[in-house]
Design a protein around this ligand. Structure first.
Ligand SMILES: [Zn+2]
Length: 256
């Protein structure tokens, strides 16, 4: 069994309220040894109640653009407190999303959270939707003070050149269910060309179901299928992919 690290899973969402223990059991049976649970809002992070299991859990704290209406500037101080109190907490999920309202407020909050990541030397988990150019522009201004590695561009979609811009800033590339869709050809080709040392595996559960599972709730056990697709795409064995991407995730999120 290959040891896999799900680098992005919203296991704290209500979608899993009924059967979280069973979801963790299935993940464990599928070889998942660790899960990063990103934060999306102050309110949501206070509701985290994950049952005990053999799976190692990591946590992020951040203000996600989807919940822009809920965030206030004092929530930045709350994120700062979490980073102070928890030496392994990372900054995220944060980012910019052109489909969400109040892009200026999104930018203000994003910049404040990037500054915290630099101050506390913690990696960033970044959400993007039609916003990579804006995100990269902001992050380039922090190039000298970003931690190393700097974080991950989660659910990456885009060209090889775009991926390379993230690598140049010290980010890793989050690879999930999107690569199972043939329509995502540009992203699939880009990821196939990237060095294995830059790749993280993720489900983004409960979202981002793989091709063939549309309309169903996604879950961390499905990470084994992401590895299968990536193996076909890269012609690298599942075993080697598992080993390398799990090592990458520990390198990024592991105990400091
Ligand atoms: Zn997410």
């Amino acid at each position: 069994m290959n040891a896999l690290f799900d680098s992005h899973c919203h296991l704290d969402f209500d979608d899993f309220a009924e059967d979280r223990t069973a979801v963790l059991q299935r993940a464990h049976s599928a070889g998942i040894v660790a899960i990063m649970i990103p934060g999306v809002s102050r309110q949501q992070s206070h509701q985290r109640n994950i049952p005990e299991s053999p799976i190692e859990l990591y946590f992020g704290y951040g203000l996600h653009p989807y919940f822009i209406d809920q965030h206030s500037s004092t929530d930045i101080e709350w994120v700062e407190q979490q980073l102070q109190q928890q030496p392994n907490a990372v900054v995220g999920e944060v980012g910019l999303d052109q489909h969400c309202p109040d892009y200026d407020k999104q930018k203000q909050l994003f910049i404040a959270q990037v500054a915290l990541a630099c101050q506390f030397r913690r990696p960033l988990i970044i959400h993007h939707r039609q916003s990579q150019a804006d995100l990269l522009k902001i992050l380039k201004q922090y190039r000298a003070t970003l931690p190393s590695p700097a974080g991950v561009i989660h659910a990456f979609s885009g060209s090889y050149e775009q991926a390379q811009a993230w690598l140049d800033l010290g980010f890793m590339i989050g690879v999930g269910g999107l690569i199972s869709y043939t329509r995502a050809n540009k992203t699939r080709q880009a990821i196939a060309r990237l060095p294995l040392s830059a790749l993280l595996l993720e489900t983004d559960a409960p979202d981002m179901p793989l091709a063939g599972f549309q309309g169903q709730r996604n879950e961390p056990a499905q990470l084994k299928r992401v590895v299968q697709v990536l193996a076909q795409l890269t012609a690298v064995s599942e075993c080697e992919l598992a080993e390398q991407t799990t090592a990458n995730a520990y390198h990024l999120f592991g105990r400091r």
